[in-house]
Design a protein around this ligand. Sequence first.
Ligand code: ADP
Ligand code: MG
Length: 684
Amino acid sequence: MKHELFEFLTTDLQFVKGVGPVLATRFDNVLGGRRVLDFMLHTPVYIRAREVSENVAAAEPGDVITIPLLVKSHRAGGVFRGRRRPTQIICNDKMGNSVVIQFFNVNFLDYWLKKLPVGEWRMVSGKLEHGARPTINHPDFIEEMQNADKIPSVQAIYPAGEGLTQKTFANVRDQIFNMLPDKLNGEPEPNVREFFDALRHVHYPETADDLSPNSPYIVKLAYWELLAHQSAIVISRRNRTDVRNHRTVRPQKYDLMRKFYATLPFDLTGAQTRTLREIFNDMARDVPMMRLVQGDVGSGKTIVALAAAVKMAESGAQTALLAPTDTLAQQHYAKIKPMCDKMGIICDVLTGRDKGVARREKLVSLRSGRTKIVVGTHALFSDDVEYKDLGLVIVDEQHRFGVSQREALRAKGRNPDLLALSATPIPRTLSMTIYGDMDVSIINEKPAGRLPIITTKLPIARVNELITRLKIQIDSGAKVFWVCPLVTESEASDLTAVNARFEELKKAFPHAGLVHGQMDKKQRDAVMAKFADDNSDMKILVATTVIEVGIDVPRATIIVIENAERFGLAALHQLRGRVGRGNQQSYCILLYGRNISEDGLKRLDVLTETDDGFAIAEQDLIMRGTGELLGTRQSGWINYHFVDYARHRDLFKLAASAARDMVDVDAWTRDLLFIFDRGVVISA
Ligand code: ADP
Ligand code: MG
């Protein structure tokens, strides 16, 4: 790959026209990276046809319609007798049917009203809502009639991020792909040109087929993605067995370990004990450990990881525990610190929040080897962080990190042990191909006394009944998560729905809290902290999926998931894991919408019938439809961009055998390793 192209692909998105630092950060949250390349690998999931219709009566609630409307009048919103009312624009379609456009507490109301002057026709496109009258909340497009063609007749829909609209995605895509030909000019590697050509086709789909797993472009990209992964595994395995990388085994002592067992407030489960034995065996070998511990949420992976860290500390070396978010890092630290204090092990936390003198002191302590266990985020492998003797790297929620991040941290030590933790179960049938370079331990047993979460499904029509029942539960001390989806398109209307639900619930629960991804982080953390606080009045928290990873509220025993049919099974299972963390009976209520399909209901049944993550993963593999569902990508077993487990099985075999036969790592393979973030492996 030409250097010029490489530079372009690694450019920070904030330098793309129309983006800037704020949007770049939002992209980072969604893409897991903020380079041009990260954007390019994030491709549309489906297309939205926006052909023009003239008669609103011919459309169904839930449809996205594009329709010419004559603006009749404006009705300002505001608070009336304690009730918030949206701003309404009353319109007629060509047949004389009334259509209402609604805006809820928006910042630029004047702007919108000017776009919809009384007495004029406008082309409006958006989702038709249920209601007494046909209603469109926060239209996606409003154009003057002579500009109606600005509304794309086929729109590529990207998996959304909070705070990012489809228009932003389309704009950034256009910027990037307009610059690309220039960067590819003179590129010597034909595969590179072919790769980006395929990528362009996927970003500009013309029909639904263009995005199906069987489309020739997607098949091609999926094969290359698998080839990158399988090559990385082969290289990693070859490195590991290379005698030049072997090490002297550290001294084995047991005093601290005895103390550790003595301070544990409970007995380890059989599965935890077995996993620990496997880990200790690895640590006593002359090849570095590469072990993945899989176990459902709440199966007790943290204690196992801590035991490994204590063992490492006893041999005099250090452990770094990498977590995906600040909140998770702090949570781990809060749990681990008291135990370390009892054993006399110095433990610390290091995140992006640490600045100035305090941070410098932490770094000194790490460099001197005094700090034995450090918990943190990516700050753990910043350039200026040095370890005296980093013996063990633990990666929590490992699917949220690229191989290069994991290896960047490992590079801070001399071929240290690696322990990866994952709460997303991988079907056994796939685990060899996916984690071929790692040994796997499975914690398939919950701590004693845990009651299975009782899961039920309920149609949205019965929501009032549910609220009444919640009141009773809350009065007797329960805390409740209420999760609403914020999905791919029409984010504004989803956000409206979340706000509306919040207002609704506030009538029954005046102290209800609300968190969503568009709030700034501090505000969000403050609300979450209040909800977690046993002494606060906030007993119910309305949230978008920002709570998926992180927050640990043992008193929370009920989770309601609204529009559950819009989530993937893996995501639902993860969400459900937010409750059932204490010894009390917990409940999960899957509220489903009017438009749920028969298959959708069947999928929800999987969750009501089992809470075994592995069984759910197998079902997910079989039943998974399109990539449309929320969270199927983020909560996948590994962050594949193009590979579909069920439909690309043959490609797995092809790629694995091509990688096995690889003699030297050629230029194209290197490019692939870089593109799919599997690059650092080579130098390991
Ligand atoms: P995971 O990381 O696998 O989701 P954690 O390690 O956070 O789970 O454990 C969940 C909770 O269960 C923690 O509060 C932990 O202290 C507790 N726990 C872990 N192992 C046991 C055990 N063997 N017996 C009782 N409680 C346990
Ligand atoms: Mg955990």
